[in-house]
Design a protein around this ligand. Structure first.
Ligand code: ATP
Length: 239
């Protein structure tokens, strides 16, 4: 699925937070948006998902304009956001959380396909399978992040919007997470990834955008940004 964002402006009350953001994601690409705290990355994802209504600009999916559509219609098209604070149902089991991700599909009667996807998610995250009867609230932070992504996959996404997936993960888990992200792309998924962990995001992505206080200030192939001295100084600890 392709995504195009053009001149997007979003405000919280009188405070404008996105000042004309434009970006595109081609089918099968991993695109990263990097930027400091408060740059507006989460706001951008929430606007794409329909959770925030832009005051100007356009959002298109596969060429179809969806600006101002309610979130449930956007989800139904296969745009699935994995929120930064995971938003799991803490007292429900791992497996029930996963099934909830497929709620709309179950209502459409896709029971068989949902069962097959459950096995796919367990194959991707064996740890979740081992812990499928455990309540989500008792999982470690890393396991909860895996569960949040697994739940998103259960919705049969055509584009996955990932908000800070590496936040709070130990280095080894971050590596594993990015390996899984690469696997998902190989399976044909399109991904838009918002990250403060610029190095990992640029390594994983095909292309990237740099966001500063509500504006895109740079864009290009991720490999080129990774080598760029100005990006290194500002976002990669100077290395
Ligand atoms: P982080 O990496 O810290 O999550 P971010 O790049 O995702 O940052 P946003 O969460 O999009 O940034 O926030 C952008 C700006 O909008 C910040 O200045 C933030 O304080 C402000 N903001 C976010 N949500 C709201 C809200 N509900 N009401 C008012 N201001 C908000």
């Amino acid at each position: 699925m392709s995504l195009e964002v053009e001149g997007l402006e979003v405000a919280y009350g009188a405070v404008k937070v996105l000042h004309g953001v434009s970006l595109r994601v081609e089918p099968g690409e991993i695109v990263a948006v990097i930027g400091a705290n408060g740059a507006g990355k989460t706001t951008l994802l929430r606007a794409i998902s329909g959770l925030l209504r832009p005051s100007a600009g356009r959002i298109r999916l596969d060429g179809q304009e969806i600006t101002g559509w309610p979130p449930e219609r956007i989800v139904a098209l296969g745009v699935i956001q994995i929120p930064e604070r995971r938003q799991l149902f803490a007292s429900m089991s791992v497996e029930d959380n996963l099934r909830l991700g497929a709620y709309l599909r179950l209502r459409r009667g896709e029971r068989k396909a949902v069962e097959a996807d459950l096995e796919r998610v367990y194959a991707l995250f064996p740890r979740l399978k081992e812990r499928r009867r455990q309540t989500a609230g008792t999982l470690s932070g890393g396991e909860q992040q895996m569960l949040a992504i697994g739940r998103g996959l259960m919705a049969c996404p055509r584009i996955l919007l990932l908000d800070e997936p590496s936040l709070g993960l130990a280095p080894l888990l971050v590596q594993e997470l990015f390996r899984i992200i690469a696997d998902l792309r190989r399976q044909g998924l399109t991904l838009l990834l918002v990250e403060q962990n610029a190095r990992q995001a640029l390594r994983a992505a095909d292309r990237a955008y740099v966001m500063e206080i509500g504006r895109i200030v740079r864009e290009g192939p991720a490999a080129a940004l990774l080598e760029d001295p100005a990006i290194q100084a500002a976002y990669l600890g100077g290395a």
